[in-house]
Design a protein around this ligand. Structure first.
Ligand code: GLN
Ligand code: ZN
Length: 768
């Protein structure tokens, strides 16, 4: 039987973020459309050539995108909202970018929001990844129609260069499941969409494609009846369009959808055996011999080298019995491109890693071992086993002191001394706050000067002393302004921080940072997630000096400002040699050390941001509670060491709380600030219904838009909030950090916010 290798998709950004440069040059007006398209074509050719030379037998096409593959699908189907298109279904490149970015854009705040102007499509996270897609929009009365067929063009383009590819399409049911409809249920479009997909597959068949990869990651979710029916209907139709379909599922196991998926009339099925290794036997049993299986055995979501020897033990009996394809668990879009470009990482850590290029090499070693015998790749397998062995035992990873601390964690360490009522009283004796206290979320504008100074300091052009003096000046200026504008609880402004996770990761043991390990977040924006490789500890205080400096400048309370353990975990590449929760607990202990040091230094209020707690929710509902339990547990472990009089704040950058309210309450913070400005305080209803006991700062200033809100607006929002919550529960604050804004927006907005709080206090005094 033969084993072949496929990749479901390759990183689009290029090994050195060439796509980012080409896009930004074009957006700035410095390059033409033709220049951009030429750069993009060059990246595609290089990716095909690279994958082939690494040993991939099945090359993907149409995995490339100028911005986002979901947006590409929407445009292909002509799902172009009326505000962009003159005629139904037509979109040129400018329209495409208008959908992606609006007409004016703005930077990201680190919490995954869309920050484009009002006219861009909404953006949200792709399943449980940190990749963002553009949400398809369907409106009643609008007809769909085929647009330019990028998928066919790119298939032909590859073929003309001698690359036979398996085009990749996002499946119709996943696309519809991601879509939102105004006055229409997206699934009402099913038949229309299927008609278009059938036509596209027909065009691909005509162009010579034998196989098409059709991605339906919804198959790993809890499906409702309608989705199942839609899948059945879709594949009954699409399986008869002249091409063979490889139905790709990833990001989890098929679970209760397994029988259903293997019964669809497709020719091949890809399954994720990294997230769900346990499904292998069931898949083999359920899959008829005629179904070509693609086994996702190499982790497409993480950066670790595989244990090839162990994999071969599992794969050998399967490969003896049937033809199989070996593949990464999902598209390699979610991994950095090439480890060999990484020159600064500690070689001891590097030996344990594999980026996209190395992952294809691993697949090709597995293939050769299975087709030609292990002896043909004995050296490669031995190298893999050595890496596995050193990782299992390396003192860089395994720290006995951390293990001992974890073993000594007691339940009491997660509990505050007293309940929130008692704490509230204790806190009132040390922090004297008016009703409706005002504060901000932490960061102030990261201006061009701040970013320039940081870059110059990183490059070694600005010495430590000069850089720190500059940061101290920025901090002092921010504090003076906060005093002057009349804020009650101050922040130091986070000028010294590059990123809310990286700043902490760089100071903790157990984290490594790449120089070129970029992964696409959305469009041209890429991130370099920290690599959490070993046991975590905190060699020394991380924020105390800055806090002390800041508090030394003012008599008002200065919040200590930390990133929480769950957020640090969720925004990093994490260890696969222990459960996520074990890594999270170690981070929690390190943050706990910091919390206690801040308290000892005199901090009366400490904020522990958990911007990414919600997005870590597992894809399947039945796995939610377990995650929430350990996530909340880790947060509590980080926070609960303080005395009653120390006020613990947290911040969360989103507004969907209803399903997780009990867990939010279980975090047992004294104050939580949340996003609400855009949802008219509706979500507070949930907090009220749940009788949420502590204080809440519902964001009254939408910091994701350049708009400066008025005092009246904010008063109105707070009065709406007052319908749900008692006045003594309410704080007044923006809905996220202000780092992406400009000072000339922040200053009037915060002044108006403070004025709004004063109006509310006056209301209270007059009993309004
Ligand atoms: N303290 C951080 C800030 O203000 C929080 C950012 C976030 O939650 N994304 O920037
Ligand atoms: Zn936020």
């Amino acid at each position: 039987m033969t084993v072949t290798v496929a990749t479901l998709g390759f990183p689009r950004i290029g090994p050195r973020r060439e796509l980012k440069s080409a896009l930004e040059l074009h957006w700035s007006g410095a390059s033409s459309e033709a220049d951009l398209l030429e750069a993009a074509a060059g990246l595609r050719t290089a990716a095909w050539a690279r994958q082939r030379s690494l040993g991939a037998d099945w090359l993907p096409s149409n995995d490339f995108s100028l911005y986002d593959h979901v947006l590409d699908t929407s445009v292909m189907l002509g799902a172009i909202p009326a505000r962009y298109a003159a005629a139904d279904g037509q979109a040129d490149l400018a329209t495409y970018f208008a959908m992606a970015r609006g007409t004016t854009t703005d930077d990201d705040n680190g919490c995954g929001h869309a920050h484009a102007s009002v006219t861009a499509c909404e953006m949200t996270k792709w399943f449980d990844t940190n990749y963002h897609y553009m949400v398809p929009e369907l409106a009643a009365g609008r007809k769909l129609a085929l647009n330019r067929l990028k998928v066919v063009d790119e298939y032909r383009e590859a073929k003309a260069q001698g690359f036979e590819t398996r085009p990749v399409l996002l499946g119709p049911v996943t696309w519809l499941s991601l879509a939102k409809g105004s006055d229409v249920d997206p699934f009402d479009y099913l038949d229309e969409v299927l008609g278009l997909y059938a036509a596209i597959l027909g065009h691909l068949a005509q162009a010579g494609a034998e196989w098409v990869q059709i991605d339906e990651p919804v198959l790993v979710l809890d499906l409702d009846d309608r989705q199942r029916k839609a899948l059945t209907r879709s594949y009954a139709k699409l399986a008869r369009c002249g091409v063979k379909l490889m139905l790709a599922t990833y990001f989890g196991g098929l679970g209760n959808n397994l029988g259903f998926a293997t019964a669809l009339p497709v020719h091949g099925l890809h399954v994720d055996l990294v997230r769900a290794p346990e499904q292998l036997d069931a898949v083999l049993k359920a899959a008829p011999a005629s179904l070509l299986l693609s086994l996702g055995v190499i982790d497409g979501r993480n950066v670790w080298r595989a244990d090839l020897d162990a994999l071969l033990d599992r794969l050998a009996p399967i490969a003896a019995a049937r033809d199989v394809i070996l593949a990464p668990s999902c598209s390699l879009l979610h991994t950095p491109v090439d480890l060999l470009l990484e020159k600064k990482l500690d070689p001891a850590v590097t030996q344990w890693l594999a980026f996209a290029v190395q992952k294809i090499e691993e697949l090709s070693i597995l293939k050769r071992a299975l087709n030609d015998g292990r002896a043909s790749v004995a050296a490669e397998i031995a190298a893999s086993s050595r890496a596995v062995e050193t990782r299992r035992t390396s003192p860089l990873i395994h720290d006995a002191a951390v293990a001992a601390r974890i073993a000594a964690v007691s339940p009491a360490m997660r509990d505050r001394l007293s309940d929130h009522q008692v704490r509230r009283t204790a806190q009132a004796t040390v922090i004297d706050l008016p009703p409706y206290p005002t504060t901000t979320i932490g960061s102030f504008p990261q201006t061009a000067e701040v970013r320039r100074a940081r870059a110059e300091h990183n490059r070694g052009n600005l010495d430590d002393a000069t850089y720190h003096a500059f940061l101290r000046e920025e901090t002092e200026r921010a504090i003076r302004w906060q005093e002057q504008v009349g804020l009650d609880v101050l922040v130091h402004g986070e000028f010294e921080r590059n990123d809310m996770v990286q700043y902490f990761g760089e100071q903790l043991s157990g984290f490594a940072f790449t120089v070129g390990g970029w992964v696409q977040s959305y469009g041209s924006r890429c991130v370099r997630p920290p690599i959490l490789y070993g046991d975590v500890s905190r060699p020394q205080p991380m924020t105390v000096d800055w806090w002390r400096y800041a508090q030394g400048l003012t008599r008002r309370p200065m919040k200590g400002m930390l990133t929480g353990p769950v957020t640090i975990l969720n925004w990093s590449f994490v260890r696969d040699d222990q459960p996520r929760e074990a890594s999270c607990r170690q981070i929690a202990l390190a943050i706990r050390d910091e919390v206690l040091d801040l308290e000892a230094a005199g901090a009366q209020a400490i904020q522990i941001d958990e911007a990414a707690l919600r997005e870590g929710l597992p894809l399947r509902r039945r796995d939610w509670q377990r995650y929430l339990d350990w996530a909340v547990d880790c947060f509590r472990l980080s926070a609960a060491g303080v005395g009653d009089a120390t006020q613990i704040h947290t911040h969360m950058c989103y507004s969907e709380f209803n399903d997780i309210l009990p867990s939010i309450a279980a975090m047992d913070t004294d104050v939580i600030s949340i996003e609400t400005a855009r949802s008219q305080m509706e979500l507070l209803e949930g907090f009220a219904r749940y009788r949420y006991p502590s204080a809440i700062g519902p964001g009254v200033y939408d910091i994701h838009a350049p708009r400066v809100p008025s005092e009246e607006e904010m008063v109105t929002l707070m009065r709406l909030a007052g319908r749900h919550l008692r006045p003594e529960q309410l704080w007044v604050n923006p809905d996220c950090g202000l780092k992406t804004r400009q000072w000339d927006e922040v200053k009037p907005a915060i002044a108006a916010m403070v004025a709004a709080a004063r109006t509310l206090r006056a209301d209270l005094a007059t009993g309004r």
